[in-house]
Design a protein around this ligand. Structure first.
Ligand code: PRX
Length: 655
């Protein structure tokens, strides 16, 4: 594992106080209030969470115990019964929110739709009945491979309503990647669309589903449910494929929410780790509902009049927690946008903000950097005065982008919450609370109340102020992942045994490097394992390597990240060829395309370098650390004495 270092942010000393007017009406109003909450939660986490669960959520049956912790396996709100779709929909229908906009959707071509809570509830009930009609039952898994259209959220809530677990697969993943995930999740029904709009082109989602399911390669799948979005021709297989609009007209809108146990599976979401196979991260019902609810409320300071917009895709955890479940559980108005930043419409985000009067806006540093490059004239030409709070997520934000975001988008008046978290954590873990915690550009600031975060060494000891170390959490929290689907041993090894448990104390190992400064502020330094973060997308280097070696020309491959101004990191692959093949531009293009086909466009290597051999230790391990330096064009640092053959390195340097 490499030690994290980011020199530029070490120099960052600016401090921004929450604006007084903002603090006055905020849920958490001062640093002292935050500290009180933090200390209270730290002293007795279970009581802290239990009180919130009681006041913030509806339960069909109260829990017997707040936490059952058999490290590393946690159960929260044991024997409690609830339904997250009830908490996101039904409970608002008996209030004035019944006719409030729940979901405002904006399509890439400029079409838009709005659903009130009553309307969304109706759609979800119908969708749930359609799933039942296709044989889906409580405990089954449903795959969702969708564009960013309302039906994606509706399908998720419909699954939750009847107790089926969803596994959403990002629409940018290839047919092969989709197939692997459907097989691992033993999915029964796949919800998809004919196509979706992305950067002015149609993504042929149904075609990809057909490829993934070809020749019965996913035997568990008995049906697909297809939403008509783009209208292009698709092949419907008579005994397997159903149009959503046709089924909708046949099903009732009456579908009571199934009482679910707190620990019933809510969803599986696949994410990359340091081995070749993506992990199915498991989240359950009660703890996840509470954690996403309360983090949304306090971090985005949701007020009932707010229009809130998170630009993520529902294929990622950010979309799950902060487009769908967190905001709707709070009775908020959540915006969903199909489009992505693109050259043909360099003001697209700002148009959505102006059109819908967005008050709270949550996006990724990679999008911010793309918009900086497109020029200030685009945001400047729109009315962004509705904004009162900004957020970022997914990767470290460089202070320059932070300041641009604050000045150009936030008009200097909006606090920024830089939120650190992961698919595994379910919700935001380290962040400012915008009315309470002063911010420093580039720092995620302080842990959320109830999160006993730390920066530690590999023995589990806290490191001193400004010393680099590993980001860790010392106590379970309600939103934490419960296991890896079908692989509890991998769960234990990956997250809980990196730091050897001592005296029964298990520490959650996040896989990120971090530094805590003299004020206790956290500065996240990026991954310390073989995971890279490209444009906010998390990719395992070994996944890309396996994709490359599955091409007949490739003998060996090693993939590393190199810094990239726009994407944060870019993918560089070092490849050795099988005897009969020789390097050519054509092969290079073919290999890039092969990775796209195996994983998806997000994994396309920015650069592929052909090599005669890869640098290895005497025991045959590829020394990626050296390749990282080479790829980044920096002097090779650190020890090279374990290299088996020094001439390999010399050759790579020359090449
Ligand atoms: O390296 C951290 C980075 O994203 C990783 C988690 O990726 P994923 O599970 O895909 O979830 C992304 C959205 C929650 C983390 O291990 N990361 C996430 N947020 C930040 C971040 N790095 C720095 N600052 C952040 N605010």
């Amino acid at each position: 594992m490499s030690q994290p270092t980011i020199e530029s942010i070490l120099q960052e000393k600016r401090l921004f106080q929450p604006p007084a007017a903002f603090s006055q009406s905020a849920h958490i109003k001062s640093l002292a209030d935050y500290q009180r909450l933090y200390e209270k939660a730290k002293a007795d986490p279970q009581t802290f969470w239990a009180e919130l669960a009681e006041t913030e959520l509806d339960w069909f049956q109260k829990w017997d115990a707040v936490l059952d912790w058999q490290p590393p396996f946690a159960k929260w709100f044991v024997n409690g019964k609830l339904n997250i779709s009830h908490n996101c929909l039904d409970r608002h229908l008996t209030t004035w929110r019944r006719n409030k906009a729940a979901l405002i959707w904006e399509g890439e071509p400029g079409d838009s739709r709005t659903f009130t809570y009553a309307q969304l509830h109706r759609e979800v009930c119908q969708f749930a009945n359609a799933l039942k009609h296709l044989g889906v039952q409580k405990g089954d898994r449903v795959g969702i491979y969708m564009p960013m259209i309302p039906e994606a959220a509706i399908a998720m809530l419909a699954c939750a309503r009847i107790g089926a677990a969803h596994t959403v697969v990002f629409g940018g993943f290839s047919a092969e990647a989709l197939r692997d995930r459907l097989i691992d999740g033993q999915v029964k029904v796949v919800v998809t669309a004919d196509g979706g709009w992305r950067k002015d082109a149609i993504v042929p989602l149904k075609d990809q589903v057909d490829k993934a399911l070809a020749d019965g390669s996913v035997p568990s799948v008995s049906a697909t449910l297809v939403v008509k979005r783009t209208g292009q021709g698709v092949l419907m297989q008579g005994d397997r494929d159903y149009w959503w609009h046709e089924l909708q007209s046949q099903v009732s809108a009456n579908c009571p929410a199934e009482p679910m146990d707190s620990e019933d599976l809510l969803f599986i979401l696949y994410t990359s780790g340091s081995t070749g196979k993506p992990k199915g991260v498991v989240h359950t019902t009660g703890g996840y509902n509470l954690y996403t609810h309360i983090t949304t409320k306090w971090i985005f300071d949701l007020q009932d009049t707010d229009v809130y917009w998170c630009t993520a895709d529902v294929g990622w955890i950010t979309g799950h927690s902060y487009i769908v479940y967190g905001p709707l559980s709070n009775g908020a108005t959540t915006v969903m946008y199909e489009g992505a930043p693109r050259a043909s419409n360099p003001g697209c985000f700002w148009d959505v903000i102006e059109k819908h009067g967005v008050n709270v806006f949550y996006t990724a540093p990679t999008a911010i950097r793309a918009f900086i490059k497109m020029g200030n004239e685009h945001p400047n030409a729109r009315d962004l005065s509705s904004l009162r709070l900004l957020g970022t997520v997914g990767e470290p934000i460089n202070p320059e982008s932070w300041i641009w975001y604050q000045q150009v988008i936030g008009g200097g008046r909006c606090p920024i919450v830089d939120t650190w978290w992961q698919t595994e954590t379910g919700g935001i873990m380290i962040t400012a609370l915008p009315g309470a915690i002063p911010t420093k550009p580039g720092s995620a600031t302080l842990p959320f109340p109830g999160i006993l975060a730390d920066v530690i060494d590999l023995e589990g000891h806290s490191v001193g102020a400004n010393e680099g170390g590993y980001l860790a959490v010392r106590y379970p929290w309600p939103g934490m992942m419960r296991t890896i689907y079908g692989d509890p041993d991998r769960f234990r090894r990956t997250y809980w045994e990196h730091i050897p448990p001592q005296d029964g104390q298990y520490i959650y190992f996040a896989g990120d490097g971090a530094r805590r400064d003299e004020d206790g502020y956290y500065w996240i330094m990026g991954r310390v394992d073989d995971v890279i973060n490209v444009a906010g997308h998390r990719l395992g280097t070994m996944e890309i390597e396996s994709a490359l070696v599955s091409h007949p020309s490739v003998a060996e491959a090693a993939v590393v990240g190199k810094p990239d101004e726009l994407k944060g990191q870019d993918i560089v692959a070092f490849v050795t060829l099988e005897g009969t093949y020789s390097p050519s531009d054509e092969l290079l293009r073919e290999l890039k395309q092969h990775v796209v086909q195996e994983i998806g466009a997000i994994a396309r290597p920015g650069e592929i370098r052909f090599a005669d051999a890869l640098p290895k230790t005497r025991s045959g391990k590829i020394m990626r650390r050296l390749l990282r330096d080479l790829a980044s064009g920096v002097e090779i640092s650190g020890d090279t004495s374990t290299l088996e053959d020094r001439s390999v390195l010399e050759k790579l340097r020359e090449g």
